[in-house]
Design a protein around this ligand. Structure first.
Ligand code: PLP
Length: 448
């Protein structure tokens, strides 16, 4: 189709190029804006509002399954991706595109290079989409393919890597202590396709030295992928430290209101991967969306995109408050006689505090901050942990985190029940905790 010599197609291509030139000017301007300005506006400018949203001051939801074209020439130009188009909502959707613009601007905030994003139906869909093309297996009888990952990852990721990808012949090599660079060094070889870490990890608060991992990945010409769900770009931006790809469960901290499931893959332009073709590495997230994503359909609902766009506008303020509240709760628990251990990166005595502080601080400030996730161990036995847990009143018992409401879980019987190591020990009765934002008005105030 793209071989057509129709002058009509070329006319649409020219109009598309003019629009893209305007968008890249706006993008350049937004890349110079402050974090909160990006979070509030993204690429939805006043001009864009009149172009696509009848002047609506926030991004409109486009629930339509597909885009209609003016004529066959525009359809040809659109479906061959020669003009800015959204064709069909399994491939692209305008509301999702606004979210992708904002997320990619936030993750590349302060970087000398730009990035793109691809939003998916869930965090797990994002992780699966991000890693799969890197694991294309060699011809039958070829050498085994591997990837190296922190073992301290969310339970669903552990299952994906340990079971689903193994079923397809891609072998995971686990790093038990992901903060120890030598462990990674020992496991990487010529058949390694990527490095993967989660930081901070859910719920054990593991961290990695991102810059050292990025150097290691570069040496082997493979990408470093970081799950930054807990930190969000308001606290940490792995691309700035050399990572190639960031994945998020938007369901969690970014979507703290708890009304939608979603995920995102944000990749810097020109990722390093000697296993992918140049057309894929140049703009990995867009390539994933237009080709593998088109063919497998992990797309986000535009209703969810609308929800996440609105959540993002206040992200930095929420994360600041979460962090302040959580450190106060962690300090209280650390001094409590019935608590054995508290795992919170914000505690100065935590063994990974200094490492985390190198990478985590509130955007547009120098204040180290560590987010909402905390775990602790109650003295006694598993039954004591359950008794404490069952007595919680305002705090919901749920397999969830990052909420504006505090939620608690016992990972060993929920999120991490399939995972070996400490998470499966019944005595380890950690709680994933999200300290909610307190009211700032005095509860005793009599003012109307
Ligand atoms: C760190 C992390 N990554 C990924 C996921 C998976 O996200 P989702 O539930 O949106 O598929 C979760 C879920 O809890 C998580 O905590």
């Amino acid at each position: 189709m793209s071989d057509s010599a129709s002058p009509g197609v070329e006319r649409y291509v020219k109009i598309g190029q003019e629009y893209l030139a305007q968008r890249s000017e706006l993008r350049a301007a937004m890349r110079r804006a402050r974090f909160d300005t990006i979070a509030v506006h993204g690429m939805y400018s006043v001009e864009e509002a009149f172009r696509s949203g009848q002047g609506g001051i926030i991004e409109p939801i486009f629930p339509s399954t597909s885009q209609g074209y003016r004529d066959s020439d525009e359809m040809e130009a659109g479906l061959s991706y020669r003009i800015p188009t959204w064709c069909y909502s399994r491939i692209i959707n305008p509301t999702n595109s606004y979210l992708e613009d904002t997320l990619s601007l936030l993750e590349a905030y302060g970087c000398p290079f730009d990035a793109s994003a691809f939003c998916t139906s869930s965090g797990m869909a994002a992780i699966k989409q991000a890693v799969e093309p890197l694991l294309v297996l060699p011809e039958k009888g070829g050498e085994e393919v591997n990837f190296v990952s922190s073992a301290q990852v969310y339970g669903g990721t552990f299952q994906l890597f340990n079971v689903r990808l193994k079923e397809r012949g891609a072998m995971v090599r686990w790093v038990a202590k992901p903060w120890e660079n030598e462990e990674w060094e020992k496991l990487v070889d010529e058949r390694t396709r990527f490095l993967y870490t989660e930081m901070p990890s859910n719920p054990q608060q593991a961290c990695s030295d991102l810059q050292a991992l990025a150097r290691l990945a570069k040496r082997f010409q493979i990408p470093l992928i970081v799950d930054s769900t807990i930190a969000t770009p308001a606290l940490m931006r792995p691309l700035a430290h050399g990572a190639d790809v960031v994945v998020h469960s938007l369901t969690k901290t970014i979507g703290s209101g708890g009304a939608s499931l979603g995920g995102a893959i944000i990749a810097r332009h020109a990722i390093t991967s000697r296993h992918l073709a140049a057309e894929a590495t140049a703009d990995y997230a867009t390539w994933l969306k237009l080709w593998p994503g088109r063919d497998s359909g992990p797309c986000m609902s535009p209703y969810s995109a609308f929800f996440f766009l609105n959540e993002l506008r206040t992200l930095r303020l929420k994360v600041e408050k979460f962090s302040e509240n959580t450190v106060a709760v962690a300090e209280f628990l650390a001094g409590h006689p019935r608590i054995e251990t508290v795992d919170y990166l914000g505690l100065k005595g935590h063994r990974l505090h200094a490492l985390a502080a190198r990478y985590m601080h509130l955007a547009d400030s120098d204040r180290p901050m560590f987010g909402h996730l905390m775990s602790f161990t109650i003295q006694g036995h598993a039954a004591d942990a359950r008794r404490f847990f069952d007595a919680l009143q305002r705090i919901f018992r749920a397999t969830d985190l990052g909420r504006i409401k505090s939620v608690a879980t016992i990972p060993a019987i929920s999120t991490h029940s399939q995972q070996g190591g400490p998470a499966s020990r019944p005595r380890w009765c950690a709680f994933a905790w999200a300290a909610s934002i307190p009211t700032t008005s005095s509860p005793t105030s009599t003012r109307p």
